[in-house]
Ligand binder design. Structure first.
Ligand code: C2E
Ligand code: CA
Ligand code: CA
Ligand code: CA
Length: 279
């Protein structure tokens, strides 16, 4: 048994080395991915429940790796956050999304906002405010057209500094939304003090809706909460007609999900937008 224990230790240790090695290699290639222009943005429409028109787009990053193909953000954003690479990546995402929106506006696209995800790590970075400010002025995008998404867990963080940053961002004229709402533990009194415009109902509650279980009650409660606090509310991950009907009936403002559109590359979104807004 002793012998076995020793072996197990050796195994574990080499597995750990392997992990570190893989992480280092992946970090290096992620670093190069930025330089080599391997990151791409997909855009997923946000749709008005009443008019079924596109009212917003969420920019979602992907890594087009020459060997591995398209890699989802779930596979590399956590690593980017651990290594700090999320800062240059996040900046690239912001600039690319703003420049893209400005280009689409020049082609006649109007009344659509661009939503960009911000990581907690970006919020803790002291240059966030100046980066957003500079990006808006360099791209010429009106601040009203930009929405920044912050996860509920970041917004719920006890840190007063985050609240100050949120206020300062609002001052710039951009709008703010709380992503994955319901998945974190933000207190309602805290939510009231945040200068946010919109909450996004976490997908996990949308999943259960066709079953008529507790998720329906939770989704209804979040919609009601948003109305009471005079916030806009959007449901994410809506995939079925039944789910859509639920959000229609319960007067959710907007939905985002495969039921209407999947995230798409810029060229595909562009033809949809130009069909909506012929010059
Ligand atoms: P998220 O911000 O909650 O984004 C929504 C995710 O749900 C996206 O996954 C989207 O493709 C997916 N989705 C939308 N509608 C449906 C649906 O009807 N059904 C299902 N099953 N999924 C749906 P994606 O693009 O893989 O992104 C995953 C997460 O990665 C994002 O979750 C966000 O947390 C993070 N992420 C993506 N892009 C960025 C970025 O530029 N910066 C940062 N910091 N995080 C990002
Ligand atoms: Ca998001
Ligand atoms: Ca979300
Ligand atoms: Ca999420």
């Amino acid at each position: 048994a002793k012998e076995k224990g020793k072996n197990q230790y050796a195994l574990c240790s080499s597995a750990m080395k392997q992990q570190v090695l893989e992480k280092t290699l992946l970090t290096n290639s992620l670093y190069r991915a930025l330089e080599r222009n391997e990151l791409v943005l997909y855009y997923q429409p946000q749709v008005s429940v009443q008019t079924k028109e596109i009212v917003g787009l969420e920019a979602l990053v992907r890594w087009n790796n020459p060997e591995l193909g398209m890699i989802s953000p779930a596979a590399f954003i956590p690593l980017a956050e651990q290594t700090g690479l999320i800062l240059p990546i996040g900046q690239w995402v912001l600039e690319t999304a703003c420049r893209q929106m400005k280009e689409w506006q020049a082609l006649g696209v109007q009344g659509i906002r661009m939503a960009v995800n911000l990581s907690m790590v970006q919020f803790q970075d002291r240059s966030l405010l100046s980066i957003v400010e500079r990006t808006l002025s360099e791209t010429g995008l009106e601040p009203e057209c930009l929405e920044l998404e912050v996860t509920e867990s970041a917004a719920a963080d006890g840190d007063d500094y985050i609240v100050e940053v949120l206020h300062a961002l609002k001052e710039l004229g951009v709008s703010l939304s709380i992503d994955d709402f319901g998945s974190g533990y933000s207190s309602l009194s805290r939510l009231k003090t945040l200068p946010v415009d919109r909450i996004k109902i976490d997908m996990q509650f949308v999943r259960g809706i066709s079953n008529g279980n507790d998720d329906e009650a939770i989704a209804k409660t979040i919609i009601q909460l948003a109305k009471n606090l005079k916030l806009h509310v959007i449901a994410e991950g809506v995939e079925t007609g039944e789910q859509f009907a639920f959000f229609d009936k319960n007067r959710c403002d907007e939905i985002q999900g495969y039921f209407f559109y999947k995230p798409m590359p810029a060229s595909e979104i562009e033809s949809i937008l130009l069909n909506m807004n012929p010059l």
